[in-house]
Design a protein around this ligand. Structure first.
Ligand SMILES: C[S@@+](CC[C@H](N)C(=O)[O-])C[C@H]1O[C@@H](n2cnc3c(N)ncnc32)[C@H](O)[C@@H]1O
Length: 352
C-alpha cells in the first residue's frame, strides 16, 4: 500500500489542471466509517462513495490525513482563475467542500444506511439500519458502539427459549436506530422498540425495512414511544410510518428488557431504573440486559444506575467489559475512537 503525503498531491501554486484536481478529490473521498471492516458495509444513500473507496484501496493508495483539511480549505478558498470553465470550477469547489464535511465527522454527514452483520449459532444475518442526517441533540438518530456490541452478544443468552422464542416478549428502552431490538427480534423473539417521539419515525422506518429478516426468523418487531420521564405511558403505533391517533396502549409487562448507551445526564439513571421497574414483569426469571460505554464524564451515572438497580431488587448475574468503535468524532478511518463498554445481565435472584 502506497502512503501519499499531502505534499504529493497537486499543489495550487503549480496551477494543476481541473482533471488533476478532480482526480485528487476523488482519491480523498472518505465514506462513513464502518466499525468492523470485515462485516459492516457502508452504503451512502446509493451514491458511489464506498465503491470509490474500494477503488482507492485496490489502487493501493492511502493518504496521510495530516494536512488534508488545510489542503481542501485552500481549494475552497482559491479563485482557481487558471481554470476557464465556470461549471468545472463549481464542481471542484463542491467536491472539496464535500470532502471537508466528510472529514468533520458524523455530525456533518448526510443520511446514510449501513449493513450490520449479527452472528448467531446458525450463521450470521444482516440488518440494514438507516441514520438520517444528524440534527441538534438527537443522539438516537445514529447507531452507537454499545448497541453493536450488545446486538452481537444477544445470541449467547441462554435463557431465551430456543423452542418457541416468539412467545418471549421483550422491551427495548431508548432504541435509537433500533439495531439491538431488531437483532433480538431477528433471533425469533417478539420485541417492542421504544424511544422519544422525535426518534420514532426513523426507528419505525428501520423496523419496516428489516421486517422480512425478522419475520423469516419467526420474530416480530413493533415500534412505540416510551419517554422515561413518563414511565407509565407506552404507546405503540400500528402504522409504523406514522404516529397517528390510532396509537394503542400496551398494558402487559415484559420478562426481558434491553437498553444500550442510555446514561448521559444525571437524571438518566433514575428515569431509566423507574422505567425498568414499571415494565419488568414480576416473575422470578425476569431479566434486564444493558450495555453502556464507560465515558469518563458519565461514570457517576453508571455507578448511580448500579445502585438504583439494586434498589429495585435486581442483581448482576453476569458482567464484563469489551471494546467497540464509535464514529461520532471523525469519519477518518485513522481517527476513529475505541470505547470501552460495560455490559451487565441483571436478574431478580442473586447469582448462587
Ligand atoms: C446515545 S443514544 C443510544 C441509542 C441506541 N440505544 C444506540 O446505542 O445506538 C440514547 C437514546 O436514548 C434515548 N433517550 C434519551 N432520553 C430518553 C427519554 N427520556 N425517554 C426515552 N428515550 C430517551 C435517546 O432518544 C436516544 O435514542
Amino acid at each position: 500500500m502506497t502512503l501519499l503525503d499531502v505534499l504529493d498531491l497537486p499543489q495550487l501554486y503549480t496551477k494543476p489542471s481541473a482533471d488533476a484536481l478532480l482526480e485528487t478529490l476523488a482519491l480523498l473521498t472518505s465514506t462513513p466509517p464502518s466499525w468492523e471492516t470485515s462485516d459492516v458495509h457502508d452504503r451512502c444513500n446509493g451514491d458511489s462513495d464506498s465503491a470509490q473507496r474500494r477503488e482507492q484501496k485496490s489502487a493501493g493508495v492511502n493518504i496521510n490525513p495530516e494536512g488534508v483539511t488545510r489542503y481542501l480549505t485552500s481549494i475552497v478558498a482559491s479563485s482557481l482563475k487558471w481554470i476557464q470553465d465556470e461549471q468545472v470550477k463549481e464542481e471542484i469547489w463542491n467536491q472539496a467542500s464535500l470532502r471537508l464535511s466528510e472529514r468533520s465527522g458524523r455530525t456533518a454527514m448526510g443520511a446514510l444506511s449501513r449493513n450490520f452483520t449479527i452472528p448467531t449459532s446458525n450463521g450470521p444475518f444482516e440488518l440494514t439500519i438507516h441514520e438520517p442526517a444528524l440534527t441538534g441533540d438527537d443522539l438516537g438518530l445514529k447507531t452507537w458502539a454499545a448497541s453493536y456490541l450488545l446486538a452481537k452478544r444477544l445470541h449467547t443468552l441462554s435463557f431465551i427459549p430456543h423452542k418457541d422464542p416468539s412467545h418471549f416478549k421483550i422491551l427495548e428502552l431508548g432504541s435509537g436506530t433500533g439495531l439491538v431490538g431488531l437483532a433480538m427480534a431477528a433471533l425469533g423473539t417478539n420485541v417492542v422498540l421504544t424511544d422519544l417521539p422525535s426518534i420514532h419515525a426513523n426507528l419505525a422506518r428501520n423496523v419496516k425495512d428489516n421486517a422480512e429478516t425478522v419475520s423469516s426468523a419467526g420474530g416480530s418487531a413493533k415500534s412505540g414511544v416510551l419517554d422515561w420521564t413518563k414511565p407509565d405511558s407506552l404507546r405503540l403505533f400500528p402504522d409504523e410510518a406514522s404516529m397517528d391517533d390510532e396509537s394503542i396502549t400496551h398494558d402487559s409487562k415484559f420478562p426481558f428488557i434491553l437498553a444500550a448507551d442510555s446514561l448521559y445526564s444525571p437524571e438518566h439513571p433514575r428515569w431509566l431504573v423507574d422505567t425498568i421497574a414499571t415494565w419488568l414483569s414480576d416473575d422470578e426469571e425476569a431479566k434486564v440486559m444493558v450495555e453502556f460505554p464507560l465515558r469518563d464524564a458519565y461514570l457517576p451515572e453508571v455507578a448511580d444506575f448500579r445502585n438504583r438497580m439494586g434498589g429495585i431488587g435486581l442483581h448482576i448475574l453476569e458482567e464484563g467489559e469489551e471494546s467497540g468503535l464509535d464514529d461520532w468524532g471523525s469519519s477518518n478511518d485513522d481517527d476513529r475512537t475505541f470505547v470501552t463498554c460495560w455490559y451487565a445481565l441483571w436478574g431478580r435472584t442473586a447469582k448462587k
